[in-house]
Ligand binder design. Structure first.
Ligand SMILES: C[S@@+](CC[C@H](N)C(=O)[O-])C[C@H]1O[C@@H](n2cnc3c(N)ncnc32)[C@H](O)[C@@H]1O
Length: 489
């Protein structure tokens, strides 16, 4: 479709500016989307901006001869500001709540986009993404009761308005059919609707929108995890001993100026010996984008009176340090959360010539154990439907990692492989950890909201059942991990 071709570069630019259209990021599970002050700020901005910027001319360009949806411009503006603010909170602060300051930044970014393009273009991008959600849900379920569609129960439960005008619009343009089945009005996709769905899906894939949406799911799930350290140490008994080994292997020496990236709640920093190794004659700067994680690490630092350790909130992709500021840059199990080339370019920039850069990271693990096949069958099935061999676990293979480091101008690379035991003993803990940091995000992002929740619930139930049937000793799996160290070339 010509309009999609025109919008391709615009969607790219939209994403480049850090804008997102993902209202589900705003904590539906907690029954509240925002702090009242944040809501008021965004809602007021949406009302004021769209009142003046939405013109007759834009209306006829966006809706052509079809009946307009009067609510759409304001909703589009509101939802994009709101999801962008929440995404900033997840990405920059590792928390689920947007603050007034982040909301103001999101509003300013949306207004700038509207000045550079126009409000009509913003509405078109929003319309494409919501149409995708609607079509995806009807295609997935085959048919949806009209009432459920209008209330958004299965696919957009966060809406606080009816979707009946979107449904009426879809019927009018011939995308949906409504027919009576057993006395109930059911919505189905017409052949034209299916074609539109595929075209929209292709557009959203090619512009990187869907890949970005997967990253949003991944980070937002991780930000919702309150007890990472407790889970990790119970499930992965080798974590601390192996991190200690890695700490020595990096070549970090007492007295060095060291930067740690993705420090989380400080498991590598303190329990695994990095701070002790650097010692009071050196300086350790530990960073992480997640506020809550960083607060826990800071508390550990205070308890130990480790005044040579400093904490700075920062994502690896944008480090607030000058070039060549550190003798060594290290970090454990964090690169798979980052935009890898950008994070590596920053690591390369802040390490001094001849300095050390090192990471210890998990590799994709085998899923062949029968109990794993049973436990995670719903996710494996989704992957198979998507013609993938296995659910995406977000992990980076050893070959991809080596290639990325090489491209970032690192050389003299050395590797060391270890296997970390994973104890599949407590199903509740396992589900919390793996579904938060790990598997299936790609698959889950491609099904409607309710189906996602259903799959996660099925996996959780299966875990309980599998743990009852398989003996404990059979539920230990080796997780492959790799240490990598290099120097800038
Ligand atoms: C699995 S935890 C690892 C924590 C710690 N390094 C350890 O080994 O125990 C991953 C950490 O990466 C952080 N993270 C997420 N996105 C990041 C980014 N863009 N840059 C740096 N760290 C990031 C998360 O906040 C989290 O604390």
């Amino acid at each position: 479709m010509a309009i999609l071709a025109e919008l391709q570069p615009v969607m790219h630019d939209f994403l480049q500016r850090g804008l997102v259209i993902s209202p589900w990021l705003a904590g539906v599970n907690e029954n509240r989307r925002f702090d009242e002050e944040v809501f008021f700020l965004i809602d007021k901005a949406a009302q004021e901006y769209t009142e003046t910027a939405w013109t007759e001319e834009l209306q006829s360009r966006v809706f052509q001869d079809l009946p307009a949806m009067p609510r759409l411009p304001r909703t589009a503006f509101y939802e994009i500001c709101a999801s962008t603010a929440v995404w900033l909170a997840h990405g920059e602060m590792g928390q689920t709540d947007a603050t007034v300051e982040l909301a103001a930044r999101a509003i300013a970014t949306v207004q700038q986009f509207c000045r550079d393009y126009d409000l009509g273009t913003l509405v078109q991008l929003y319309g494409l993404s919501t149409q995708y959600e609607n079509h995806q849900a009807v295609a997935y379920y085959g048919q949806m009761p009209e009432r459920i569609f209008a209330l958004g129960h299965w696919h957009r439960p966060w809406v606080d308005y009816s979707l009946s005008d979107e449904l009426a619009f879809g019927i009018l343009v011939g995308n949906y059919l409504v027919r009576e089945v057993d006395g109930q009005s059911m919505v189905t996709l017409s052949a034209k609707g299916m074609k539109t769905f595929r075209e929209t899906e292709q557009f959203l894939t090619e512009t990187g929108y869907l890949a970005h949406r997967v990253r949003q799911l991944h980070l937002s799930r991780f930000s919702l995890l309150p007890n990472f350290e407790e889970l990790a140490t119970a499930i992965l008994p080798d974590w601390i001993p192996q991190r200690r080994e890695f700490c020595v292997w990096t070549g970090v020496e007492p007295g060095m100026k060291v930067l740690e990236l993705g420090c989380g709640d400080g498991l590598f920093t303190f329990e695994s010996g990095l701070a002790d190794r650097v010692g009071p004659s050196g300086r350790l700067v530990a960073t992480d984008p997640a506020n809550e994680m960083l607060a826990k690490a800071m508390a550990k630092g205070q308890k130990r009176a480790a005044d040579w350790v400093e904490f700075v909130r920062s994502p690896a992709e944008r480090l607030p340090f000058p070039d060549g500021a550190f003798d060594a840059v290290v970090g454990v199990s964090f690169l798979h959360f980052t935009d890898l080339p950008r994070a590596l370019a920053e690591m390369r920039r802040v390490v001094k010539p001849g300095g050390i850069a090192a990471t210890f990271y998990p590799l994709p693990m085998s899923l062949s154990a029968p109990f794993i096949q049973e436990w995670f069958a719903p996710l494996l099935k989704l992957a198979a439907q998507d013609r993938r061999e296995r659910p995406d676990d977000f992990l980076i293979t050893a070959a991809e990692m080596a290639q990325a480091w090489k491209q970032a101008d690192f050389g003299h690379m050395q590797f060391r492989s270890v296997t970390s035991r994973t104890l599949y003993w407590d199903p509740e803990m396992l589900n919390q950890l793996f579904l938060a940091v790990g598997w299936g995000q790609e698959e889950l992002a491609r099904i409607p909201w309710k189906a996602r929740e259903d799959v996660l619930a099925q996996v959780a139930d299966r875990g309980v059942d599998v743990c009852r049937r398989y003996p404990k000793e059979e539920r230990i799996v080796g997780f492959p991990m790799q240490m990598l160290k290099a120097t800038p070339v």
